[in-house]
Write a protein that binds this ligand. Structure first.
Ligand SMILES: Nc1ncnc2c1ncn2[C@@H]1O[C@H](COP(=O)(O)OP(=O)(O)OP(=O)(O)O)[C@@H](O)[C@H]1O
Ligand SMILES: [Mg+2]
Length: 332
């Protein structure tokens, strides 16, 4: 064990909560809590709580996502979830509270930021960093130099774009649209075209199996069950890659509009660095097939998928603790 105090990088995502210690991912759990509303206590968290969705009989059990669209929606549950997962790492954490760097979306209000901070204070000596800056550090971009670096984080609840130079976000924006909205787009496409209902998790399965941002050379298909809008009965359905491309375009366009605004607000010198160096894509949404190609087409700036798209935010949060004295005045 390294000394008395332990350092943790925590990425508090809408879908997944990730904790990195000593450069290793030690926690990766769904950001979900199951609560007994009668007794006012937590019955399960993470994976175990997720498995209870739609399966629990007791009416008094609620399964809740404490974060919505990137921000804390249920403060106490967020605090309890963090406490539970940090304790689970075990060791000296119980005796010596760890030093924590926890992330929040760029551009949220000070009240929303304070909620993240206070929810984490229970678990340790907590500091805050915005997600695009953490991501840039986590993918080893030269953030401390005057060079312009652009990062786009595509999460489940929100999408963020930021240009970073000299350890600071020079221009950036967040949009409360993410992977869950892409799932919704697939579900409403199926409703309009086939008159069938499908749930978010089925829609996500379609996105993961055959989904793409641009037409693919190889067309894939997936079989699923929907519920007929008229009869209410289950009916099988086949979806193809090109249907997902069509279904996802309006939502993807909203996302690209936001990214374009960020580029437009970027000073010309930095914008030319970005054209040279490309835009780094991270977050689960960046894994959608052809996302890098569509973004390159739509923005006219090369975009590339980073090597650690799912862990870079938590990796960067941990690294930020190591250079805390340099970063401190840039963190709110
Ligand atoms: N291969 C893939 N193709 C398309 N989407 C994917 C893929 N893998 C994961 N996703 C999507 O990525 C999203 C989760 O990404 P991530 O874990 O980065 O989100 P998060 O950090 O929890 O949320 P946020 O940053 O918005 O708070 C989900 O919507 C999921 O469907
Ligand atoms: Mg995220």
């Amino acid at each position: 064990m390294a000394g008395f105090s332990r350092d943790l990088g925590i990425d508090l995502g809408t879908i997944t909560l990730r904790i990195v210690e000593n450069g290793e991912m030690v926690v990766q759990e769904p950001t979900i809590v199951a609560v007994d509303t009668e007794e006012q206590k937590i019955v399960a968290v993470g994976e175990e709580a997720l498995s209870m969705v739609g399966r629990v009989q007791e009416e008094s059990i609620d399964v809740v996502r404490p974060l919505q669209k990137g921000v804390v929606a249920y403060y106490e549950l967020t605090e309890l979830l963090l406490d539970h997962l940090v304790r689970k790492i075990g060791g000296s954490v119980r005796i010596f509270k760890p030093r924590i760097m926890i992330t929040h979306p760029y551009g949220i209000t000070s009240v929303e930021r304070r909620a993240v901070h206070e929810a984490a204070l229970q678990s340790g000596d907590a500091h805050l960093i915005n997600q695009p800056l953490a991501a840039a550090i986590g993918i080893d971009l030269p953030v401390a130099t005057p060079t312009g670096n652009m990062v786009v984080c595509m999460g489940g609840g929100c999408t963020q774009a930021a240009v970073i130079a000299m350890n600071d976000v020079v221009s950036g924006e967040s949009l409360r649209v993410g992977g869950l909205d892409l799932d919704d787009a697939i579900a409403s496409y199926v409703r309009r075209k086939y008159g069938m209902y499908i749930g978010q998790r089925t829609a996500e399965m379609v996105k993961l199996r055959v989904g793409a941002a641009v037409p693919q050379d190889e067309e894939q298909t997936v079989e699923l069950q929907g519920q007929d809008q008229v009869t209410g009965l289950p009916r099988p359905l086949t979806m193809t890659t090109s249907e997902t491309v069509e279904a996802l375009q309006p939502t993807l366009d909203e996302i690209f509009e936001m990214i374009r605004r960020v580029l437009e607000k970027t000073p010309p010198e930095l914008a030319s660095d970005i054209i040279d160096r490309g835009v780094a894509l991270c977050g689960g949404g960046a894994l959608l097939r052809g996302m890098d190609r569509l973004m390159t087409q739509k923005l006219g700036v090369p975009a590339y998928l980073v090597d650690n798209p799912m862990s870079c935010v938590a990796d960067g949060a941990l690294k930020a603790l190591a250079i805390y004295s340099t970063l401190q005045r840039h963190l709110q």
